[in-house]
Write a protein that binds this ligand. Structure first.
Ligand code: HEC
Length: 175
């Protein structure tokens, strides 16, 4: 330990006969303190005054959206498909174009050139007798409704073409 230099003033008070030097705080310590103050002000302005940074809710939503996108991607790679993956396919122009070909050759005769219905139900009116979630639509396409006159297309088309035609139907919805 370095001996305290004599020029440090001795404080007036005395505790039980013990006196203290009035030492200047070390520069590294003061610099750290000032840096935290500057950081706190900058942080406060960035997140709370100028609203530049994302709030915790926004950061959370972003992270969750990223996770579900990755999950959908992984599921699609693994051959498992879910609602999100089918919606993602509906945004994919190639999948929708392939689905349109399937629709024209397989579905159009009963569901109409513009999905307006005919022998089968309308697929563009947002009104779903058997449910409008992507997987519910897919199930009807795969399994059909034999008693109601809708053939099961799963065995005929195979999984990929079924997914594509579902993507095409989803793409044609209003929302
Ligand atoms: C032979 C005629 C026929 C063909 C071909 C056909 N469907 Fe259908 N489809 C029907 C009928 C009939 C219904 C309605 C059954 C009912 O009223 O319960 C139906 C219902 C549906 C439904 C349910 C609609 C709702 O409101 O829930 C979907 C989805 C569907 N079809 C998709 C397809 C797709 C996709 C294809 C082509 C791969 C296809 N269909 C080909 C006759 C057909």
């Amino acid at each position: 330990m370095k001996q305290s230099p004599q020029e440090d003033p001795v404080r007036e008070h005395s505790y039980d006969g013990i006196q203290e030097f009035d030492k200047k705080l070390p520069n590294w310590w003061l610099f750290t303190l000032y840096a935290t103050i500057v950081f706190a002000v900058a942080y406060w302005i960035y997140y709370f005054k100028a609203d530049l940074g994302p709030t915790q809710e926004e950061a959370f939503d972003l992270a969750m959206a990223d996770i579900s996108a990755r999950a959908a991607e992984a599921a699609a790679k693994a051959g498992v498909i879910d609602d999100a993956a089918l919606w993602a396919m509906a945004k994919d122009a190639d999948a929708v174009a392939a689905g349109e070909q399937v629709y024209i050759s397989t579905c159009l005769a009963c569901h109409g050139a513009n999905l307006e219905g005919g022998i089968g139900l309308a697929l563009n009116d947002g009104d779903w007798k058997y449910g409008g979630d992507p997987l519910q639509i897919k199930r009807i396409v795969v399994e059909g409704l034999p008693t109601a006159g809708m053939p099961p297309w799963g065995p005929v088309l195979g999984d990929e073409k079924v997914n594509q035609v579902v993507a095409y139907i989803l793409d044609k919805q209003e929302n």
